[in-house]
Write a protein that binds this ligand. Structure first.
Ligand code: URA
Length: 242
């Protein structure tokens, strides 16, 4: 569900501000009824008309992006740094990232213009596993790993149990590579979890999002999700959040 003024703006009819005025002026109907309030939300199945003309919704598009390090998970940056949408092919839709990866984190990021899909995936009750591979300064002990698996107390509460595997370690350099799978999406969560056990992140990459992987892609590559993948990921999120 998306706010009516946003849907009108996204259809390219007017800016968000102008769309609000059009609604207040009583020029918009939803399923045949005039709507003059700004708060209401509509779904893709609702029929929206502006001055009697049905809204042409943007065709939904879904991309899987291998974000390189040093790119902002945003559609613009006031400092002129590279943003994820710089990597899109030329399309008329306005897409945005589903959630975010830190500037210094690489890996799998989804982009779409489908607000309902994005909200579904970002809803806290959606428990889609995200798998990260982290290189750490310091080698986590067995106790550290168990603590991560049980959940770690962070300043915004205890983390849900994580799946954690030590992939390798280098005793001389005192570094380790660990795989960590979480389904929450708190800000800088993996970095904060590893910091909390005294093994700060040197490098972080998101390898997997549910069943989606980076297979066949190099950093900076973007591909469209197949309709089947979109359906599967939607089913996965819906069944987890119900
Ligand atoms: N956890 C982090 O710490 N950073 C990310 O970019 C994603 C998850």
């Amino acid at each position: 569900m998306e706010r009516l003024q946003k849907v009108i703006a996204h259809a390219g009819i007017a800016s968000r501000r102008k769309a609000e005025q059009i609604i207040l002026d009583g020029k918009v109907t939803v399923n045949g009824k005039v709507v003059k309030e700004l708060g209401i939300k509509v779904s893709p199945s609702d029929r929206v008309e502006v001055e009697g003309i049905p809204l042409e919704r943007e065709e939904p598009v879904y991309f899987l992006f291998y974000k390189p390090r040093g790119v902002i998970s945003s559609v613009q940056d006031e400092k002129g740094r590279k943003v994820v949408t710089d990597f899109l092919p030329v399309i008329k839709q306005r897409v945005y990232p589903v959630g975010r990866l830190d500037y210094d984190t690489s890996g799998l990021l989804l982009l779409t213009n489908d607000g309902e899909f994005a909200n579904l995936l970002m809803h806290p009750s959606n428990e889609i596993d995200k798998v990260y591979v982290a290189k750490t300064k310091g080698i986590p002990t067995r106790e550290n790993i168990k603590a991560l698996q049980r959940g770690i107390q962070l300043e915004d509460g205890k983390t849900a149990p994580a799946k954690v595997k030590m992939l390798s370690f280098d005793k001389r350099k005192q570094t380790a590579v660990i795989e960590i799978s979480i389904h929450e999406g708190r800000n800088r969560q993996v970095r904060r979890m590893l910091e909390a056990i005294g093994c700060p992140v040197i490098k972080l990459k998101r390898e997997r999002y549910g069943f989606l992987t980076l297979a066949g892609l190099s950093a900076g590559d973007m591909r469209e999700l197949t309709p089947h993948e979109v359906k599967q990921i939607r089913v996965m999120a819906t069944s987890k959040s119900s």
